[in-house]
Design a protein around this ligand. Sequence first.
Ligand code: NAP
Length: 264
Amino acid sequence: MDLGIAGKWALVCGASKGLGLGCAQALVREGVNVVIVARGAELLQSAAAQLRADAGTPAGTAVEAVAADITTTEGRASVFAVRKDFDIVVTNAGGPPPGDFREWDRDAWIKAVDANMLTPIELIKATVDGMAARGFGRIVNITSSSVKSPIDVLGLSNGARSGLTGFVAGVARTKLASQGVTINNLLPGAFDTDRLKGGMATAAKKSGQSVEAVAEARRKTIPALRFGTPEEFGAICAFLCSTHAAYMTGQNVLADGGAYPGTY
Ligand code: NAP
């Protein structure tokens, strides 16, 4: 299926590895020019080289890399110094750490809200009016299945991402919807990335089990009996960014191998 977005420009945040890189990869394969962002310059440059060299990347597709912390005002300014008029924005940053809410002080909460709620809102604010003026725009926020089914040790994520989800539900249904701009959230369940591996390593250490035993137990909780791949996640993201998804806005799209147990 031709997604109808070749030649568009996308900003993909948190894209040196994992889900963000999966999204960037799916977009460049559609001929979308991308600006990818992450803090670590070395891994980011090698991700950019990988995207350029990907056999599926159409000739002439531009891949630019900006090493920046997207959760800071300065970081966002350095991205927008490279380009402002994005047609597609995929918001993403690292998730907050797990823990017990009794141990989180105000600073821990501010950091989580900054990264997982206010940063996507700032990115939306900076780009949607330009998208509306040009008559096409796609925002995809990478959030988490935790907004539908909270994870006890991820209270910072449950809380901060729910704030973003509420904001998106409102803004997606404004005049922007009649101006070609869609805003959706893409909710990962368990995907095979360093973030998931890190969480399982911590759980293994705590329980005295091997990492493989923890991984196997986790897989068994998923009806698909496996973790998702960044490639699968990227393909869903690219579809949400496509011309075919123009009538989908304000949605929370869950990709979790059937793990969420609810009917709705
Ligand atoms: P990952 O493999 O750890 O990759 C995170 C990416 O984001 C890296 O490229 C990282 O590079 C970049 N990043 C982190 N903080 C950043 C910042 N402040 N500014 C710019 N870039 C930043 O994580 P992932 O699994 O892809 O997860 C992506 C998001 O989905 C996270 O918010 C995570 O909590 C959420 N999520 C993931 C899963 C899962 O199963 N994987 C499930 C639910 C939710 P640098 O560190 O170099 O900046």
